[in-house]
Design a protein around this ligand. Structure first.
Ligand SMILES: [Zn+2]
Length: 251
């Protein structure tokens, strides 16, 4: 795929051979793109292509280093691959999770994910691993990536069938599943239910920091068919986002 190839070349050019080594601001500068950490409020990031070079503006709410690196990588993907399509990209938070709806957004995300977590470094770590947010958090730290980007990358590359979800105020804000996974899904704005670990966290209770088998009805009552598989769940509090992050493992 073109995105992976472009990222591979950049990693090679800038000697990104150990996890987290690449400085994304430096890479942008070397490609003629200036990164400014303010000047966008509605969207997450914006790229403008000018005669003198490019300019990436980031939403100042993107404070976490991993999220900032992913957003820069995403815009650099547009910069390197989409010159003939547009001279300006305004990218939302959901664009930065889009791996299948918009071909350009998806390509920019594949590019950024590969730049952050080169396949040659990431795959040996995860290919035999069971879904586990504690491990995914370790990898996120190692690659200086966000928990979201690392989880989505794990779900994409893993042989296991998983769904990630971000929950705010007891409601699923967004969820993300493997494209060739089982035919189960979460609804946007789905309310979390008793029987799930996310519900326990939402009630202010402690939950184990590992995968636990939960009642599948707590997550999939809305399906138009009876789901007979097993659901394991790991949920953690994301206090800085006032949110809960959930990984479901479906088998
Ligand atoms: Zn974009």
């Amino acid at each position: 795929m073109r995105a992976q190839g472009e990222a591979f070349r950049l990693n090679k050019r800038f000697a990104g051979r150990t996890p987290g080594a690449l400085d994304f601001d430096d890479v942008a500068m070397a490609l003629g793109v200036l990164v400014i950490s303010h000047g966008v409020s509605g969207a997450s990031a914006r790229l403008v292509r000018g005669k003198e070079g490019g300019r990436i503006r980031l939403n100042p709410k993107i404070r976490e280093e991993g999220a900032r690196r992913f957003a820069i990588g995403h815009e650099l993907g547009h910069w390197l691959m989409h010159e003939s399509e547009s001279q300006m990209f305004v990218c939302s938070a959901s664009d930065l999770r889009d791996y299948r709806e918009s071909p350009l957004e998806a390509e920019a995300n594949y590019f950024s994910s590969e730049l952050l977590m080169p396949t040659g470094l990431f795959r040996p770590l995860m290919e035999k691993a069971d879904p586990d947010l504690s491990l995914i958090k370790e990898w996120a730290t190692l690659f200086r990536a966000s928990l979201t980007a690392t989880t989505l990358r794990f779900i994409r590359d893993s042989k296991h069938d998983c769904i990630a979800a971000s929950i705010k105020n007891g409601i699923v804000e967004w969820s993300w599943k493997k494209s060739d996974g089982r035919r189960v899904w979460l609804h946007r704005k789905q309310q979390i239910e008793p029987g799930s670990l996310a519900w326990e966290l939402h009630q202010g209770r402690c939950v184990p920091d590992k995968m636990e088998v939960v009642d599948s009805a707590a997550w999939f009552r809305h399906l138009p068919f009876r789901f007979s598989g097993e659901v394991q769940e790991q949920s953690i509090s994301m206090t800085s986002y006032n949110a809960i992050f959930t990984l479901l493992w479906i088998s």
